[in-house]
Design a protein around this ligand. Structure first.
Ligand code: BES
Ligand code: MN
Ligand code: ZN
Length: 490
């Protein structure tokens, strides 16, 4: 989508659709007020009569309002002023995006950022409006014929703002690229989006963005590094495993980088501890963590943020097979610590532990892994929040803050040592499952044993990265939280 800035008075602009917001219990404001004036109070009249709803997220399309040059006016309800906040504003912008997408409008002029939202700046509102329009306009088309009734997406949007808002627009472009990349990778089927495909995507970044380089380690190179835990997971698959290492240098070489690590299980059958059939197809989203770190990396490279960033993806497929790893196996991880496998379906922590050990060579200021690690994360927080765990209060706060700012929220769970005994093993330094109780936390405890001297945080995005049911598909999350965190570092 093409974004531009245009300070032309909203009533005088020749556009296919003018998009304004209106509260239930506050007078019309900004461009909405101008529209009302130009139409001699008709807009206010339509609101009064109930023909235009100002309820939260309601959208009403008006045609040929007199005194206004735009062909259509889309009025977005903002609801009650007292209840309005960042989260509600974001939803209003998504509603606008969905409406424009579903009504074959290819261009629009947006004034939504003029509405008042407490604790926000013009910059933030414009950015969020643009990002949400782009996210709402995304459609998956890679492996299906376009349907005739599938409307044209919105191709361009101008915003009622001046050149001083260009930085907000640049951030929006970066964030949107990151989200869309993550959504597309998440949605692609596992026979296409396999470990090699993730590696090719990383290679594409190195080819197309400035200051980006990539290294892709194959199984032989990982064996030399003694990454037996990561390699065990991919052994049952016909696809090879890969460790993808992307580097972005936006600052002097000597500055320590931020390292983000993603779980890239391109399909999780459970391995020999096979998952039940129903819903197994959803396990193509088990690379949602990898998709998010790649998306955030792309956002950062696209914005050319003044930071150093390294993105590590552990890419593998978890399948049963004659050569597959088994329950009972004891693996010696790259760190030297041994792991008893009790369940081959707890594979995410096995690929991550070696990727985290590897990442320490970069001496990061912050080491953050992102993973669809546990079904228990969906049980705990549903689809609304990602779980954040860290022994470093400041790092946890920074991630929570970033999530609030980007409206891609997280919620913290403890990593107390009290939980550690649950992964004690009779035959190894630890086992890879911790029982029914606190499944997400014991997975975090497992990873904590490989990040002892690091300023480390773990994000379990099993609930937030995809939605199933009617609108099933990837949300691209937590690209917003990660990218905001990186912007805040800059
Ligand atoms: N990828 C899954 C986690 C998952 C399950 C995410 C369902 C979203 C929905 C992970 O590899 C897994 O299978 N975890 C097991 C761990 C268990 C065997 C200790 C789980 O959560 O059931
Ligand atoms: Mn699994
Ligand atoms: Zn998994």
């Amino acid at each position: 989508m093409k974004f531009t800035l245009d300070t032309t008075l909203a009533t005088g602009l020749d556009t296919a659709c003018l998009v304004i917001g209106a509260f239930e219990n506050a007078p019309l404001h900004g461009s909405a007020k101008l529209v009302d004036k130009a139409s001699s109070g008709e807009l206010q009249q339509l609101i009064k009569s109930g023909d235009v709803s100002t309820g939260w997220k309601e959208a009403t399309l008006l045609h040929g309002l007199k005194g206004v040059k735009a062909k259509r006016i889309l009025v977005l309800g903002c609801g009650e002023t007292e209840k309005f906040n960042k989260v509600r504003f974001d939803s209003v912008c998504s509603s606008a995006g969905v409406f424009l997408r579903d009504h074959a409008t290819t261009g629009a002029h947006i004034c939504l950022h003029e509405v008042e939202v407490s604790q926000t700046t013009d910059h933030w509102r414009l950015r969020q409006a643009a990002v949400n329009l782009e996210r709402a306009n995304y459609r998956y088309t890679a492996t299906k014929a376009p349907k005739e009734d599938d409307n044209q997406p919105l191709l361009s949007a101008s915003f009622n703002a001046g050149a001083d808002m260009q930085t907000a627009l640049d951030e929006a472009v970066g964030l949107a690229k990151g989200y869309l990349r993550s959504m597309e990778l998440g949605n692609l089927p596992p026979n296409i989006c396999n470990p090699f495909y993730l590696a090719e995507t990383a290679q594409e970044f190195a080819d197309s963005y400035k200051n980006v380089s990539v290294e892709i380690l194959d199984e032989g190179q990982m064996a030399e590094l003694k990454m037996a835990a990561l390699l065990a997971v991919g052994r049952g698959s016909e696809y090879g495993s890969r460790l993808i290492v992307l580097k972005y240098q936006g600052k002097d070489k000597e500055s320590r980088p931020t390292v983000i690590v993603g779980k890239g299980i391109t399909f999780d059958s459970g391995g020999l501890s096979l998952k039940p059939g129903p819903n197994m197809e959803q396990m193509k989203f088990d690379m949602g963590g990898a998709a998010s770190v790649l998306g955030a990396f792309e956002a950062c490279a696209s914005m050319q943020l003044p930071i150093n960033l390294i993105c590590v993806v552990a890419a593998a497929e978890n399948m049963p097979g004659g050569n597959a790893y088994r329950p009972g196996d004891v693996l010696t991880s790259m760190s030297g610590k041994t792991i008893e496998v009790l369940n081959t379906d707890a594979e995410g922590r096995l690929v991550l532990c070696d990727a985290l050990t590897y990442s320490q060579r970069f001496n990061p200021t912050a080491l953050i892994d992102v993973a669809t690690l546990t079904g228990a994360a969906v049980i705990a927080l549903g689809h609304h929040a990602s779980i954040i765990m860290s022994k470093h209060d400041d790092l946890a706060e920074e991630l929570l803050d970033a999530g609030n700012t980007a409206v891609d929220r997280g919620w913290r769970l403890p990593l107390w040592d009290d939980y550690q005994p649950q992964i004690k093993s009779a035959f190894a330094d630890m086992k890879n499952v911790g029982g029914m109780a606190a499944g997400s936390i014991t997975a975090g405890c497992f990873l904590s044993r490989f990040t002892e001297d690091q300023r480390w945080a773990h994000i379990d995005c099993a609930g937030s990265t995809w939605i199933w049911g009617g609108d099933k598909g990837s949300t691209g999350r937590p690209v917003g939280m990660l990218t905001q965190f990186l912007i805040d570092q800059a």
